[in-house]
Design a protein around this ligand. Structure first.
Ligand SMILES: [Zn+2]
Length: 112
């Protein structure tokens, strides 16, 4: 008997390959997962890559929810860049202020 297989993106192969579902313990209801409070529940399915033998779990979610997550990821990345720039500017400002305080003291020391 041939193993049923589905074309899926194997995380190990990093490309689409044939994957077979592994026997699941419990009912379909037990495979629903609440990922975060208030989020849609994901349906988990253990798969076996027929090319590399990697065993992994896929999660099925509504496409709109995944698109929201991707949009949030972009916003978080943008905020990280802005935070890094703010820290850089703050460090430069503090360095400039330190130089303003110490340079006159050095000149006075040399003049004496
Ligand atoms: Zn694979």
């Amino acid at each position: 008997m041939k193993t049923p297989a589905f074309l899926r993106w194997c995380p190990q192969c990093q490309r689409a390959t044939d994957n077979a579902p592994l026997p699941q313990m419990g009912s379909d209801g037990h495979r629903l997962r609440c990922l975060r409070r208030g989020s849609p529940h994901a349906f988990g399915r253990r798969l076996y890559c027929l090319e590399c033998s990697h065993i992994w779990t896929s999660l099925e979610l509504p496409e709109d929810y995944v698109n929201e997550l991707l949009q949030s990821e972009k916003l978080v990345e943008e905020m990280r860049r802005e935070l890094a720039m703010a820290k850089l500017l703050l460090a430069k400002d503090q360095r400039d202020k330190t130089a303003e305080v110490t340079e006159p003291a050095i000149k006075l020391h040399r003049a004496a």
